[in-house]
Design a protein. Structure first.
Length: 133
């Protein structure tokens, strides 16, 4: 079992914020944008179309809940929701908080250099989000 940190499980990729209805909501260790997180479907599927209708709606509701919590916790101007999967063929949605004038504007969504923060900062950010879920 991964180490426990501030009410969540920390591994090299992130810290669990909370389990939602159909997914696990995790704060990424790469915090190139404060609050960058991912919602990962509990059921192993590659595409949302592989889920039964009730789980499809549950997954999207989880994504909206998570996005709202991040937006509220960090006062961001725009949330980007990215459905990728070329490297990890498992249903998940990246939540990328954006701010007007941030250095990523007009560039690819993920900077070349990760920006890791101390575990205490990660735990604090997760707690801020968790309080809003």
């Amino acid at each position: 079992m991964p180490p426990r940190l501030a009410n969540g499980y920390l591994d090299p990729y992130g810290l669990t914020i909370v389990e939602l209805r159909t997914s696990v909501f995790r704060l990424c260790t790469d915090q190139f944008s404060a609050g960058y997180s991912v919602v990962i479907c509990k059921r192993h599927v590659v595409e949302p179309t592989e889920l039964p209708p009730d789980e499809q709606s549950g997954f999207w509701a989880d994504v909206v809940t998570a996005g709202r919590a991040v937006q509220s916790a960090f006062g961001v101007d725009k949330m980007n929701y990215l459905m990728l999967g070329n490297d990890q063929p498992h249903l998940h949605c990246h939540l990328v908080p954006r701010r007007h004038g941030d250095p990523g504007a007009g560039r690819p969504w993920l900077p070349a250099q990760p920006q890791f923060v101390p575990a205490e900062v990660l735990a604090d950010r997760a707690a801020r989000i968790r309080a809003r879920v």
